[in-house]
Design a protein around this ligand. Sequence first.
Ligand SMILES: [Zn+2]
Length: 124
Amino acid sequence: MTNCPCGSLHSLETCCLPYINKEKQVPTAECLMRSRYTAYTLHAASYLFDTTAPLSRRFTSKKAILAWAAQNTWVKLDVVDFTETTVTFKAYYFDHKGYPQEHYEKSSFCFQEGCWFYVDGVFY
Ligand SMILES: [Zn+2]
């Protein structure tokens, strides 16, 4: 059993995977953020696209998401802080040249028609 990439200490199968496979509704913004990080590690571009708020989708594409997910080696996620609709986190990864990078973001989420969506983020 491997721990879920999101750092929860649960297994992938009981943590983020049911959300990514759309077998379970995502209950909170924090949960969506964690499962989106895990989706990056799994190159699950469809999930990342589908959980982007419809109005924000025009700023991205599945192809761009997949390229970003696949070119980096994802190391770990630290959730620094969260509220009902925001999550501040650091994602650590190695870029395509092998350099360690830290992505520090405060993401905003919205709840629409029973589902949580990623809206946008402030980058630090
Ligand atoms: Zn997880």
